[in-house]
Design a binder for this molecule. Sequence first.
Ligand SMILES: [Zn+2]
Length: 349
Amino acid sequence: MAKHAGIARFTFNWGLATWRTLYCEGLKPNSLVLKKFFNNHVKPVYPWMKEPGICQKVTQYAFEHLGRAFGNFFSGRTSYPKFKKKGQHDSFTIDASGRPIPVGGSRLKLPTLGWVSTYEGLPHVTTKKFTISQEAGNWYISFTYEIEPKVTPKSLDFVGVDLGVKQLATLSSGLVIANPQALRKARQKLARLQRQLQRKLHGSQRDQRQKLRLAAAHQRVKNIRLDATHKATTYICKNHAVVAIEDLNVSGMMANHKLAGAVADANFSEFRRQIEYKAQRYGSCVVLVSRWYPSTQLCSNCGQQQPMSLNARVYECSACGFVADRDFNAAVNLAQYARVAKPSLDTEG
Ligand SMILES: [Zn+2]
């Protein structure tokens, strides 16, 4: 698997470097042309890529990923593609030339690679391709399969979700979902592991082991954060027919250094991504509220708009005297925005 990930990395990096060179020479490269050239002229030079037991699909998908990376860059979603580094997000994708592959249980047969055992049991389904990745010394498999969306009974028609730094989310129903603040709690441990790593001889066995320990500690932070986000988004989409959520400018907030650490911890964009796909799965719909809608400035009781400083935690309306928690007030405004945007559901009750 490490060998396959290495080939994927080499191919991606070759493609990226060649793309850059061609672009500097005034040409317009694309991943298909690069792939053809690579297969005909580069692959034959490196016999280790064609060793028996190596799935040749790996290079094909590496070019697909390169094309997607540039596509994301051209559409302004991400920054310019970066070179892959060994040991950081090692991954590769393989398939069985379009044939469906059965999975299920704790053993599965990968194309070319053969039988592997998994730690967790897999659902009994069929899929067309696998992506295998390595993180903190463990290997993970991911694949897609089709499911029927399950419409769950909804306890509430409209809900506004305000994502925060202090709290993970505040709902207009009054529920506050706490932020696990995994990074803040683990910061001391991470700093200690980092210091210990600096004392190790570079490239030694102990250095390698310490790197794994540090990676595992980082992964734990990430997992705790993801777990909290998954639980919150599942609850929201299962129990509410219309979910209103702010279309936050996450990259803009990250540029503001004061907020950056806390925002990264709260994981806004992942939250929204999960809300969107889980809404489909559980039969609810999502209303994205424009980031220019003044949800924190409006009074959710009388509709008056007044300026709110960034650190004011409580909303006090100067017109009607309404007092509420800042995030709760914003969540109620988001729900009201959705009620106007989706009036049909309201009458159905
Ligand atoms: Zn008011």
